[in-house]
Design a protein around this ligand. Structure first.
Ligand SMILES: Cc1cc2nc3c(=O)[nH]c(=O)nc-3n(C[C@H](O)[C@H](O)[C@H](O)COP(=O)(O)OP(=O)(O)OC[C@H]3O[C@@H](n4cnc5c(N)ncnc54)[C@H](O)[C@@H]3O)c2cc1C
Length: 469
């Protein structure tokens, strides 16, 4: 009898594992709480356009992503585009896409610029990332770049992604970020080449789902797992809450989707039923604290380690506009604005994909308890569009075709000091129950390539015929 394996979560981690395990002959069932697969990389509709809920690009150096996309038959569908980067500083938008523009960069003098360049070059050469985990990122950057450059460039950039939590973050975070950008430039002949699959992640995920179903993988959507337990018969019981009638669409994924559904009884017409299935083993790819909650047989120490993983969340608006904002794919923001960056997807993807419109993302990275999560879509729209009006003189609200807000409370674990030393282990004390998720990415930033790499390494080390001897 083939081994029966349940995978909780249909993000790229769960999907890649499902692919490998089904290739090996296992009977795989994927449980997903959301109405669609893909997790953070899933797609949605904005106006008449279907595109990624969160901005996504692939780098030329993303060999793991490219391999899996190739395997599902879409390798020839990548478009590679040379993009430009902007900075919004001192109330002005400036280009920072080549060495000459770097030399003209207004907020810094020549010496500071030299130190900034030297810091980036030095970070790209460092190999011992573990040593960097012991150093606060601010201390490391001030030492290498100087206080002025830290205040004018590094701190705003750190705050854009980490908020005030940059104070607890180790230098390994900025090292991993620089390594990724450097690798991209190296393989792109010093040019910033970014890629996407024609049709976006909707197309990739649609094909992924088809390939998995053809291989016999069962994918259960709208199925939040509420309990995982080792049974007396030696199997693992998986309890799911299933909505028997159509449930309202939720605009969140992961933990939020689960909580939204748990709140449903008594609200609306849906009837929720509790189902239980049995498997030989289960792999949880959901956020760490959810794993702690739904596997009650874990030890107190295991739960403590899982609950201790601190996450950064995001409120990310997608805006469909009649006109472009700028020529930049990414605009880093040094000034104070309500969002922490601007990503103009239509500077990368042909506007034809968006019905001739521009597609712009306005992300704001925040801690899971930030008050922004409580604001309505209308309030966020007002706040963000007001800022765009101030930043871009040619921007007009009449250009806005559609505006949608995604809220996710747990996007990536904060790489705090000595992070890798406090990690929950992948194998648990409950035989047959495995917990592997983005918290186990220790020397990289969160991206699909690292996620697929984690899945491939986990499979090679724990499940492949070689690993099992
Ligand atoms: C704003 C943003 C921009 C990004 N940009 C890029 C980019 O440009 N390039 C790039 O490569 N990567 C990018 N990423 C990162 C990329 O999206 C992630 O690396 C990847 O999607 C993570 O996959 P995952 O499977 O680990 O997690 P997730 O995608 O979070 O998947 C976990 C899944 O588990 C499900 N789940 C949770 N609890 C339960 C439960 N109890 N029962 C059943 N299911 C459950 C969730 O619904 C979810 O589908 C970006 C991410 C964000 C948020």
């Amino acid at each position: 009898m083939p081994q029966s394996i349940a995978i909780i979560g249909s993000g790229f981690l769960g999907l890649t594992l499902a692919l490998r395990l089904s290739e090996q002959g296992a009977k795989v069932t994927v449980f997903e709480s959301a109405p669609e697969i893909g997790g953070l990389a899933s797609s949605w509709k904005i106006g008449d356009v279907v595109w990624d809920r969160h901005y996504h690009v692939t780098l030329l150096s993303d060999s793991f992503t490219r391999k899996v996309v190739e395997e599902i038959g879409l390798g020839d569908e990548f478009e590679w585009v040379e993009t430009k980067t902007g900075f919004y500083t001192g109330g002005k938008l400036v280009s920072m896409s080549n060495a000459l523009e770097f030399l003209k960069f207004p907020p810094l003098g020549l010496v500071s610029k030299f130190r900034l360049g030297a810091t980036i070059f030095y970070a790209s050469r460092v190999k011992d990332w573990k040593a960097l985990e012991k150093i606060p990122v601010a201390d490391w950057l001030i030492k290498l770049s100087g206080k002025k450059t830290f205040e004018k460039v590094w701190r705003p950039l750190l705050k854009a992604k980490l908020g005030e939590a940059y104070r607890e973050t180790s230098a390994a975070f900025i090292w991993a970020t620089i390594q990724r950008m450097y690798a991209a430039r190296k393989s792109g002949m010093k040019k910033e080449m970014f890629g996407y699959v024609r049709g976006g992640y909707a197309r990739v995920l649609g094909r992924f789902e088809k390939v998995l179903r053809e291989r016999g993988v069962e994918i259960r959507l709208n199925s939040p797992v509420s309990k995982v337990e080792k049974l007396k018969n030696g199997l693992i019981g998986i309890s799911t809450i299933t909505a028997r009638t159509a449930i309202p669409a939720v605009e969140t994924v992961g933990a939020e989707a689960l909580h939204t559904r748990n709140d449903l009884p008594g609200h609306g017409n849906s009837t929720l039923t509790l189902d239980r299935d049995e498997f030989d083993s289960v792999v949880l790819t959901c956020p760490a604290d959810i794993a702690a909650k739904i596997v009650p047989q874990l030890t107190t120490e295991e739960k403590r380690k899982l609950e201790n993983v601190k996450y950064q969340g995001i409120v990310c608006a997608s805006v469909l506009l009649k006109k472009s904002l700028s020529e930049f794919y990414v605009t880093n923001i040094i000034d104070e604005t309500p969002f922490t960056g601007i990503v103009e997807m239509s500077a990368l993807v042909d506007k034809k994909a968006f019905g001739g419109n521009a597609l712009v993302y306005l992300p704001k990275y925040v801690t899971p308890d930030d008050e922004l999560f409580e604001r309505s879509d209308a309030e966020i729209e007002e706040l963000f569009l007001d800022a765009l009006e101030k930043m871009y003189p040619h921007f007009s609200r009449t250009d806005v075709e559609a505006f949608r807000v995604s809220r996710v409370k747990k996007v990536f674990p904060l790489p705090v000091l000595n992070y890798s030393g406090s990690l929950p282990s992948i194998e648990t004390s409950v035989e047959g129950v495995i917990v592997v998720n983005s918290a186990h990415i220790v020397n990289g930033t969160l991206n699909v390539n690292e996620t697929v790499r984690l899945a491939e390494n986990f499979y090679a080390d724990h499940c492949s015929p070689d690993a099992r001897g």
